[in-house]
Design a protein around this ligand. Structure first.
Ligand SMILES: [Zn+2]
Length: 269
């Protein structure tokens, strides 16, 4: 009984949010043209992506800095790309944070790192995005906006940062998100570690890879980078990482190679 009441309340709440945050047809169409990897072959999946995008807009708070203007197009671009990974997992996966901060240009972070001899080195790292446990998700708008053009390189900053959000939901950034009952932690770690180590070796040999070589920096970065490629360049990702691709279809509950319209998949890169 309580469960039914709760479900009823939740769907009434979502209906109100969907009315408040309805995305105009022309804006939605433009978003799908600008970011073709958002297009779905399955009409139900296409409808669900638009619904989750509206709910995302309703539940999250956008903050633009440095004179960048918060427009509907900007917010919908980010919300739609963020909704894609949780199309089947559900938007509740993002309940751990509310704020997004969008910058007009790359943010330079001052880093320090101790080497093997204990000597601390300081350096600047330009960032296109950053996700912190419970904190705001930071994104750099020009990188987000270029996501259509950079998809053939498997690059997508929004999906990268939201993969980190999924990973950190259990408090640890370790490449292991909260797994559905059908996936044993051991199976996840065995496949991820094996693919990660093989990838690191390929990057060290300076081979051309479908995934961004940045993924060789740590296993949690490998999970984020592989997730980007899984959604925006799935044919190449599957060709080079078949076992990981198969594992991701079970985790994300999506198979982008069969979900994406053929004209999007076959687009020359
Ligand atoms: Zn990262």
């Amino acid at each position: 009984m309580l469960d039914r009441l709760w479900r009823g309340w939740r769907s009434a709440r979502d209906d109100a949010a969907l009315r408040r945050r309805a995305i105009p047809d022309d804006l939605w169409k433009r978003t799908l043209v600008r970011y073709p990897f958002l297009q779905r072959r399955n009409p139900a999946a296409a409808t669900e992506l638009r619904r989750l995008t509206s709910l995302f807009l309703d539940r999250k708070e956008f903050d633009c800095t440095g004179g960048l203007k918060l427009t509907d197009a900007l917010a919908v671009s980010i919300a739609a790309q963020a909704a894609l990974p949780v199309l089947r997992l559900g938007l509740e996966r993002y309940d751990g944070f509310v704020g997004l901060v969008v910058h007009p240009e790359a943010v330079v972070a001052r880093r320090s790192e101790a080497d093997d001899d204990g000597v601390v080195h300081e350096y600047d790292e330009p960032l296109a995005g950053e996700a912190m446990d419970g904190g705001p998700v930071m994104l750099v708008w020009p990188d987000v906006r270029r996501a259509g053009q950079s998809a053939p390189q498997g690059y997508n900053v929004v999906i990268h940062e939201f993969a980190h959000v999924l990973d950190m939901a259990d408090g640890l950034a370790d490449g292991v998100p909260l797994l559905p009952p059908g996936i044993a932690r051991d199976d996840w770690c065995t496949t991820l570690d094996r693919e990660y180590e093989a990838f690191v070796a390929r990057v060290e040999r300076e081979e051309d890879t479908a995934l961004d070589p940045y993924g060789a920096s740590a296993v949690e970065e490998f999970f984020a980078v592989a997730s980007e490629s899984f959604f925006v360049d799935p044919l190449r990702m599957r060709a080079e990482h078949a076992a990981l691709y198969a594992l991701f279809t079970r985790f994300y509950g999506q198979d982008p190679v069969s979900d994406l319209p053929e004209k999007v998949l076959l687009k020359p890169s």
